[in-house]
Write a protein that binds this ligand. Structure first.
Ligand SMILES: [Mg+2]
Ligand SMILES: [Zn+2]
Length: 191
């Protein structure tokens, strides 16, 4: 059985509005068009997998049960748009985390590729037919390191980051939002 293609999606600034930390359910704002974009992926048979750095956990700002409640709230918003996120992978660590249990230089904090690699292993996904979408260069670097495609969006920090491209970094495309990114991915011939 051949592995499935996926779109790996950054959470804050890409799927959701960038609001700093989502430390209260009221701060959850799904970006316009996100549910429609996820539904297109569902219909096309591409897995939709969220890949997110959540050092707020290591900093003690939120805890893991709260993070899961936020993701359930996102799921409810997606369901209202007949869309489904297949899985969430998060990194709770930070090298300077206040909570010792999370204080480490891990392989899962973007730009490291650990979360994508774990998702590919656990969900039988094919990185070479998959794309990482995000609003920051660390998302693009994460996709490159995991050998997926990499598309930047201008929502969240994207418009700012676009003007500050690190030497040697390049995205396969830079587009206005997640819906445009999904359109680009679905049009590209290898998928
Ligand atoms: Mg982001
Ligand atoms: Zn980590």
């Amino acid at each position: 059985m051949s592995a499935t293609p996926a779109v790996f999606i950054d959470r804050d600034g890409t799927l959701l509005e960038e609001v700093g930390y989502v430390n209260h359910p009221k701060r959850l704002r799904v970006l316009r068009g996100s549910a429609e974009a996820i539904r297109l992926l569902n219909e096309a048979g591409l897995r939709a997998v969220v890949i997110t750095n959540q050092s707020a956990i290591g900093r003690g700002i939120i805890d893991e049960p709260f993070l899961h409640r936020v993701h359930e709230a996102i799921d409810a918003r997606m369901a209202a748009g007949r869309a489904r996120i297949d899985a969430y992978y998060f990194c709770p660590h930070h090298p300077d985390a206040d909570l010792e249990a999370y204080r480490q230089t891990c392989r899962c904090r973007k730009p490291q590729p650990g979360l994508i690699e774990r998702a590919c292993r656990e969900l039988q996904l094919d990185p070479s037919r998959s794309v990482m979408v995000g609003d920051r260069w660390i998302d693009i670097a994460c996709g490159r390191a995991a050998r997926t495609g990499a598309v930047m969006v201008r929502t969240g920090h994207g418009a700012y980051e676009e003007q500050r491209r690190p030497v040697g970094a390049s995205a396969d495309a830079i587009l206005n939002n997640l819906m445009e990114a999904v359109g680009w991915i679905l049009r590209s011939s290898s998928r």
